[in-house]
Design a protein around this ligand. Structure first.
Ligand code: PLP
Length: 407
């Protein structure tokens, strides 16, 4: 057919361009195997493993629930306006977590940077473009944190250009507060190590008219933590999406006061000229995070807890049968609140180091990762196991411990 005739043909039969109707349209294309038939990990030679360690970024966090994957796949089929999606999802999320507003971020860390950036600049475009350079701009430049809350992730706050002022007592907070103070930041996972508790922190902020923030990245369960700190009056709250909620590992939530969230979004894509342009979340993660949160709130938490307890008990029972091995099960009070099995052994009876056991489990088939490796002990958590994997973990740990008895 001539080009002119072809155009006419297609205008009469608009569907004719699809491969199904016109086989020759794809006749020359090399066949592409469907993605689900490829084992990319195998192809690439990347080791996969049973995760009996926990939610670690280095181990790719958690496995997304099926409904999260469905939301991501669905999201990938359509275009939409990024801001409109964040607006609508943000409203739904805010209602679920009792905050005035919310936005899906690329994790708790970016939520901290964005929340503080929003406080520093408000909606002022010139200030937004100036970050992280604060000197001579009239913007505030200090964040107050308790010494006991000093962890690596606070670097998220320094990304704005702010400097951290460390304090221990309420009196020191009052002394440290000055016209440059932008934020009083709190870290939930170390709350028990600090001298000032949540309510007092929020009250100090209120008294001096300074916003307060809290990092609860790893603090569900309990599910009530999703709204507890919003109800308490923190100006913004950040949490990870890819830990216990099993949403996208590259997503999290920034929840808080309307003006802070609106200003934080000025530092996010689709806008550039800001410090947050690299913290991109697209529609897939936004939808995945929304569904993860919604389902997490609805799920039967008692049932999940019981399943964790019984899988832990199974591994515990297997390990304990080995002579010289002692075990205990604890539940952290703050952060990663899940049954944690400690397996320890008498080195005189079981000739093995924690590191050697880790290596043996790692190099076995299937490969298994455990946590808390010490001289003569390890820890195991079951919340990242797939159904049935606790039997494999129990068997392998027992097997390796037995081999080392009297060795
Ligand atoms: C995991 C974690 C972070 C980082 O969260 P991301 O969602 O990975 O950005 C920050 N703070 C604490 C206490 C964490 O446990």
């Amino acid at each position: 057919m001539q080009r002119r005739e072809l155009l006419k043909f297609f205008s009469l039969f608009p569907m004719a361009g699809s491969a199904a109707l016109v086989p020759w349209a794809t006749a020359n294309a090399a066949p592409v195997p469907p993605a689900e038939k490829r084992n990319l990990f195998k192809e690439l030679g990347v080791r996969t493993f049973i995760n009996a360690a926990g939610t670690f970024t280095a181990m790719t966090g958690s496995l997304m629930h099926d409904y999260v994957v469905d939301a991501i796949q669905h999201g990938a089929t359509e275009f939409c306006m990024l801001d409109e999606l964040q607006d609508k999802v943000g409203e739904k999320i805010a209602a679920l977590v009792h905050s005035e507003a919310a936005v899906v971020t690329s994790g708790a860390f970016s939520g901290m940077t964005l929340g503080l950036a929003g406080i520093l600049t408000g909606m002022d475009q010139r200030k937004i473009e100036q970050l992280p350079h604060l000197e001579g701009t009239g913007m505030k430049s200090e964040v107050i944190i308790q010494k006991a809350h000093d962890i690596v992730y606070n670097h998220a706050l320094k990304n704005t250009g702010c400097k951290i002022i460390y304090v221990e007592t309420a009196a020191e907070v009052e002394q440290a507060i000055n016209e440059k103070t932008a934020l009083l930041h709190f870290l939930n996972i170390e709350a028990d190590k600090g001298k000032i508790q949540h309510e007092e922190w929020v009250a100090l902020g209120r008294k001096h008219n300074i916003p307060t923030a809290i990092d609860i990245a790893a603090d569900v369960p309990p599910v009530s933590n999703l709204w507890k700190f919003n109800d308490m009056g923190f100006s913004f709250v950040v949490i990870s999406g890819g830990k216990a909620m099993r949403g996208p590992q590259s997503a999290g939530l920034l929840m808080g006061k309307k003006e802070i969230i609106a200003a934080a979004r000025q530092h996010m894509p689709p806008r550039g000229f800001n410090i947050g342009r690299g913290f991109k979340v697209n529609k897939e993660e936004i939808l995945g995070m929304y569904v993860a949160l919604e389902k997490y709130i609805q799920q039967d938490h008692n049932k999940e807890w019981k399943a964790w307890e019984s899988a832990t008990a199974q591994i515990d029972a297997a390990a304990k049968t080995v002579s010289g091995v002692t075990t205990s099960i604890t539940v952290p009070t703050l952060g990663n609140v899940t049954p944690t099995l400690h397996i320890a052994w008498d080195a005189a009876k079981v000739n093995l180091t924690g590191k050697a056991l880790q290596e043996k489990l790692r190099s076995g088939n299937p490969s298994i990762e455990i946590g808390g490796v010490k001289e003569n002990s390890i820890t195991v958590t079951v919340w990242m196991l797939k159904p049935g994997q606790s039997t494999i973990v129990a068997g392998r740990i027992k097997e390796e411990l037995m081999k080392a008895v009297g060795a």
